[in-house]
Design a binder for this molecule. Structure first.
Ligand code: SF4
Length: 292
């Protein structure tokens, strides 16, 4: 099974969070990009979604250069476009979120249901402490986001819950020591997760505060290797994904480790992207990859 993904970039105002490891400069306001383009109407999105489906994408992933839940209007509009594809549409739809706004605005959950979202991928730095987690990602104080309650809510609404762990050296921020695979696994089980993704943070390749932060606080090469070895030895292999990452299973939870999602693997499309300008691309890092 080699599914590819169609990533749809949700246009957002400047991100509500301030993650120091953000590769898009703590989000930027892209609503204007979307509103100013003539391609922001339905046919543009529908044609490109249909193309991606024909090309072999079986999963639609909602992402953003900010927090995708900030634009419910777009999510509802996309739900309408997607409905027009009927059975030819996507049956597997994921959203990547830090959970900010999920707890404080229940309208968001309704919008995700309307769109047919199957999986909520929750990005987490410290799954043991809300205080540390919120502090690291710079979540605004007016947006309370208790992890346990959010996970309960996601499950209650019938979504698949994926915990997407940003792998950092937690002992730099709290009394909690850097934990090993089993520590993260048992925490995920207690939060009711169906799936776990371990993500190694990407350091930008030029001198900047983002690079400095990631090099200082991201897991070390040794810690990452140990984690991969642990996963390999303790879990049962399932299948290799299109992007080359191996999916495993343990105790009814699926496990994926992503080393560097920014590195190109080969010449074939790993994913397609509809950006805020309503156009389809094959590479995140290269606007020259425009398809149409
Ligand atoms: S939530 Fe995403 S876009 Fe916003 S600051 Fe964090 S990494 Fe950047």
């Amino acid at each position: 099974m080699h599914g590819q993904t169609l990533q749809i970039v949700v246009p957002t105002a400047k991100c509500v969070n301030h993650c120091p490891f953000c590769v898009v400069g703590n989000g930027r306001n892209s609503i204007a990009d979307w509103e100013s383009t003539s391609r922001n109407e339905g046919t543009s999105y529908i044609r490109r979604m249909a193309y991606a489906k024909e090309y072999g994408c079986d999963t639609m992933v909602l992402t953003a250069n900010g927090e995708p839940l900030q634009n419910i209007k777009f999510l509802l509009r996309l739900a309408g476009y997607h409905d027009l594809l009927g059975v030819a549409g996507f049956h597997k739809i994921e959203i990547q979120t830090t959970g900010s706004l999920l707890f404080s605005n229940r309208g968001v959950l309704k919008a995700l249901k309307a769109l047919g979202v199957s999986t909520v991928s929750l990005s987490v730095c410290d799954p043991w402490s809300d205080v540390v987690n919120d502090k690291i990602i710079g979540r605004p104080e007016r947006v309370p986001t208790p992890l346990l309650d959010i996970c309960d809510l996601i499950k209650k609404w019938g979504f698949i819950l994926r915990l997407s762990y940003n792998m950092i050296q937690l002992d730099n921020f709290s009394l909690h020591q850097y934990s090993d695979f089993l520590g993260y696994l048992s925490r995920a089980a207690s939060l009711g997760a169906d799936q776990i993704t371990f993500k190694r943070l990407h350091a930008l390749d030029y001198d900047c505060p983002q690079r400095e932060w990631v090099l200082k606080n991201g897991v070390t090469e040794k810690q990452w290797r140990n984690l991969l070895d642990d996963i390999k030895h303790r879990c049962s292999p399932l299948e290799e994904e299109m992007n080359g990452n191996m999916r495993y299973s343990i105790n009814g939870i699926s496990v994926l480790a992503i080393g560097d999602c920014m590195s190109p693997r080969d010449d074939s499309y790993r994913y397609l992207i509809i950006r805020e300008d309503g156009r389809l691309y094959s590479r995140w890092e290269d606007k020259g990859s425009l398809i149409f």
